[in-house]
Design a protein around this ligand. Structure first.
Ligand code: 5GP
Ligand code: ZN
Length: 141
């Protein structure tokens, strides 16, 4: 199977076997390996083999393949590590915290009080503002 690649991309190098990784699994469209800067033990990445930077660029069927791989890894984490929770996190763009512009889903085992800063405090929004943005989004679907 051929995939788009970027010679300067660290995940493309891992996919091509030019950089080492602790690989968990691999299929036709995806690979999963351990994150080298784990927020918690078991932090892994489900990665498209092809180089698409973000969720708006990747074909829907490949995104579905990456989601399936993330679920397999999350289920293995639940079984093997018995975390109290698991986050699946997927960042798009530097402002959203993306540091590697090659689509991937983080699988993050979580424990209460682990101080991983993903959680926020819900504050009720203004219904008119929410509706106005919903209208913009619906027009773009
Ligand atoms: P992002 O910030 O784009 O959501 O996530 C990128 C992740 O890739 C980071 O958590 C970072 O630790 C991880 N990462 C960066 N370079 C490498 C590498 O060479 N090997 C592995 N296994 N993970 C990497
Ligand atoms: Zn890449």
């Amino acid at each position: 199977m051929t995939h788009p690649t970027d010679a300067d991309c660290v995940f493309c190098k891992i996919v091509a076997g030019k950089l080492p990784c602790f690989k968990l699994l691999e299929d036709g469209a995806t690979i999963a390996f351990m994150d080298i800067n784990p927020v918690n033990p078991g932090h892994a990445l489900a990665v498209a083999k092809g180089h698409w930077p973000t969720v708006d660029a990747i074909p829907a069927d490949v995104l579905a393949d990456v989601a399936r791989t993330a679920q397999r890894v999350a289920k293995a984490a639940v079984k093997a590590l018995a975390p109290e929770g698991v986050n699946l996190v997927q960042a798009n763009g530097a402002a959203a915290g993306q540091s590697v512009p090659h689509l991937h889903i983080h699988v993050m085992p979580r424990r209460r009080g682990d101080n991983v800063s993903l959680n926020w405090t819900p504050v009720p929004g203004d219904m008119k503002d929410i509706e106005a943005v919903a209208d913009k989004l619906k027009a773009a679907l």
